[in-house]
Write a protein that binds this ligand. Structure first.
Ligand code: GLC
Ligand code: MG
Length: 390
């Protein structure tokens, strides 16, 4: 990533479904906790990488449904597509590597001969990934027979079984692990390898991530049998890999603490007190705390107490202002006073706020400009409400 001038303090490489995103938690609490932790402590000098089995289509869909941050790097379709930044610029060098010794048509011809294989939706069929559903009881047998058939056709492929139902066929050089190894190599060449890397996963297609040398790894508490079995057979004595006690993003937060990789107390885990606003924790942290307070206030989760508003005001410089990207500028104190009218207006409506890409820069000896994107989710659909705060 060009914007980081030196090595990332930490690079987190996380799977999405059932790892970063908990589909059994409609409130998305652990994800929101992770988001707040990342933005207040890591965004400015670290790298967030999402590595998912989803195609770009399904990845974008997930982003509409769940309170997700914008990663620095997005690896999709089981390590076959790497993109950079908000614009999701594809890594064409990776495409060229994968094109070697890969013929999709041969894969389609051979898989056609297996009635046990049910083709996944069209969106999940990608240039370097052919995906099926297959019953758990048939998976091993089909994988073995299919790899023999493909080998006989001179194809060197990788077959991965995940989630007790998905079977992906990729070029041998692809996969989440190989994509990560490629990225690490790239950073090394640029002279800025991450100081620490933490990989996070729950299922079969994540196993490869854990075999990259030198990385720390967390298998979330809810990890699938196939990943735990892989771990028992291949990495049981590796102290750099843990099986977390907590589910999904909660397990990632736990691992950051376990390995001593940096702060792991999310601003969302700090209880609201009147003097909470007085401590000096850095401009990014202030923005997160401020927005978290607004969320709780509008959800009526904290007492309707003027003292909170007053102490919030006291902690903000009277000259501070909020600049909306439209150009409209509002004095921070006026914004805080206006909160009095919105107490509880989102109560019971599934309202959540999270801030993304929080990047502070010092513009004079006592002034910071903090750029961020503020997102709101209401009853299951999210929208960005951008803002600048100084
Ligand atoms: C995601 C993809 C699917 C793939 C699975 C396992 O669910 O959408 O195509 O088979 O991950 O890698
Ligand atoms: Mg997963």
């Amino acid at each position: 990533m060009d914007w980081l001038k030196t090595s990332a303090r930490i690079m987190i490489v996380s799977d999405l479904d059932h790892t970063m995103v908990d589909h059994h938690d409609p409130e998305n609490l652990s994800l929101l906790r992770f988001n707040a932790l990342w933005e207040s402590n890591y965004r400015h000098d670290s790298l967030l990488v999402f590595s998912t089995g989803r195609s770009p289509t399904l990845y974008k869909q997930l982003r509409k449904e769940k309170p997700m941050l914008t990663p620095d790097i997005t690896i999709m379709s089981v390590g076959t597509e790497i993109t950079y930044g908000i614009a999701m610029v594809p890594d064409n060098g990776w495409v060229e590597i994968l094109n070697q010794k890969w013929d999709r048509n041969i894969v389609l011809e051979e898989t056609h001969k297996f009635p046990e294989l049910k083709l996944q939706s069209e969106t999940e069929q990608r240039p370097h990934k052919v995906s099926f559903y297959v019953d758990k009881s048939k998976a091993q047998e089909v994988t073995k027979a299919l790899s023999e058939k493909l080998e006989n056709r001179g194809m060197n492929v990788k077959i991965i079984y995940s989630g007790g139902m998905d079977l992906d066929i990729l070029p041998q050089g692809a996969g989440k692990g190989q994509a990560l190894a490629y990225l690490l190599q790239k950073f090394k060449k640029e002279g800025k390898p991450p100081k620490n890397t933490l990989v996070c996963g729950d299922s079969g297609n994540d196993a490869e991530l854990f075999s990259i040398p030198e990385v720390h790894g967390v298998m979330v508490s809810n990890a699938q049998e196939e990943l735990l079995q892989w771990h028992t057979e291949n990495a049981k004595n590796n102290p750099k890999i843990i099986h977390a006690a907590e589910r999904c993003a909660g397990g990632i937060i736990q691992a950051i603490g376990h390995f001593g990789l940096g702060p792991n107390i999310s601003p969302r885990d700090v209880a609201e007190t009147a003097d909470n606003h007085l401590e000096d924790a850095g401009p990014a942290h202030e923005v997160i705390k401020f927005n978290f307070f607004c969320e709780k206030w509008r959800r009526a989760e904290i007492e309707q107490c003027d003292m909170y508003i007053e102490s919030l005001k006291a902690s903000c410089d009277p000259a501070g202002s909020l600049v909306h990207p439209s150009g409209v500028e509002q004095c921070l104190h006026d914004g805080i006073s206006a909160l009095k009218k919105t107490y509880g207006d989102k109560q019971g409506k599934g309202y959540r706020v999270w801030v993304d890409r929080v990047l502070p820069s010092k513009i004079s000896s006592d002034t910071w400009l903090v750029k961020f994107v503020k997102w709101e989710i209401l009853g299951g659909s999210s929208k960005a409400v951008s803002a600048l705060q100084s």
